[in-house]
Ligand binder design. Sequence first.
Ligand code: FAD
Ligand code: MLT
Ligand code: ZN
Length: 475
Amino acid sequence: LTAERYQVSRLPYSEVSVDDVQYFQKIIPGRVVTEEGELKVHNIDWLRTVRGHSKVLLKPQTTEEVSQILKYCNERGLAVTPQGGNTSLVGGSVPVFDEILISTALMDQVISFDDVSGALVCQAGCVLESLNQYLGERSYTMPLDLGAKGSCHIGGNLATNAGGLRLLRYGSLRGTVLGLEAVLPDGSILNCLNSLRKDNTGYDLKQLFIGSEGTLGIITALSIICPRKPSAVNVALLGCEDFSRVLQVFTLCRDQLGEILSACEFMDSESMRIVQKHLKLINPLPDNAFYVLVETSGSCGKHDEEKLDIFLEKAMDSGFVTSGTVATDQGKIMSLWALRERITEALAHDGYVYKYDLSMPVEKLYALVEEIRTRLGSSAQCVVGYGHLGDGNLHLNITAKSHSDALMSALEPFVYEWTSKHSGSISAEHGLGFKKRDHIYYSKSRGAVHIMQQIKRMLDPKGIMNPYKTIPPTD
Ligand code: FAD
Ligand code: MLT
Ligand code: ZN
């Protein structure tokens, strides 16, 4: 069904044979899964919108094992799909046909942590939340955070160049990742695993693997610079009458909170309705058209609270904000964050989700949501806009009872054309994966895609790595 819906045909890779399975059993005894029941969850994506038909899942524990597996698959012409926590929102982490799944689930060891520099070195399969816990015990924190933290793997985060809720403060993984190790399709191990803040010796090869979505090799380990855990965290949820006031709140935030601002997220009333409806979360500020969630993180509680108070007073006095609530204790902070972080989950309960992750000039951020609402009328169950306001990143989501070609045609290419016309990106942080591969041209020139295709061919001449994803085939 997936292949038909997206009109792709299987490329002439070899099919997995009994001999292949036996060979894998020899390299990783007891860690070769062929049982259909166990394979099922790995063949379906988090959104339950695409499904593959892999018959084998491999669970290596070491880089050496990954190397042996890839070398063999390359020689045999067997296609593979690397998989971390399988939380991809673009169908990148599941096979399209019968690609062999290579999971990082058992590559979950911290290798070292330097508590002076904050450099953490770990295997790619460490779960983001576990790393954050490990660091928390040492007064450090991960420089990224996202709603999928309980299941996504750090290797998957690198492979998608995940953005998330702290990007505004700590920057993207392209800056915080210091080094990585990857296994190339021919089994060779690329060691760029240093922990230096500064290193200008030649091309920065690690950047090729960050955001490569499993198409160039398998990231097996990495080094990342982690900030100190802030000792004072405050969260404010604010209600606004319209989107122009949301923008004014953002400007005021940057002005007044400066270096302690750690997140600035927005959601519309539909997002709020959906988390209340499906997750029974409580909205402490009912009846606002928009909400802004502001987080501060610093080292002196008193200083931060004073700053936050001045900011709130100004926001109220100037009429940017209609109502607000502030949290300083962990329980309330978490419940305010849940209203934003769990929208994705609530939407998945609402029906089939058409998901768009767009970046554009911040003042344009909500206009598209309004246009889509008018354009779709009653054919959509729900049209929702939320996102990383501070990063100019809109999450536009449409739900319907089930997938429909008519609704899809009303959305695409309209959404992409609109985004491109406003100089935006059609994938701000989720990647292209399977669903968005062919739309790359809305955001990248033919020349740029051509160089990507050449790089792909150089590193993966047989095209075994995550086929049908991310980079369109040459014309
Ligand atoms: P997977 O989904 O397993 O894989 C993702 C891609 O990377 C696939 O193409 C896969 O083949 C490849 N891959 C995985 N591991 C490796 C590896 N070791 N080497 C090479 N390739 C690999 N994204 C954001 O950017 N910001 C958010 O705020 C955000 N929030 C989310 C909230 C929810 C509830 C969910 C479900 C997803 C969210 N995402 C977000 C999507 C995001 O891409 C993933 O959560 C995460 O980065 C993927 O990690 P993963 O381990 O699950 O990777
Ligand atoms: C988020 O910011 O919540 C994530 O990117 C997931 C989503 O877009 O739903
Ligand atoms: Zn996001």
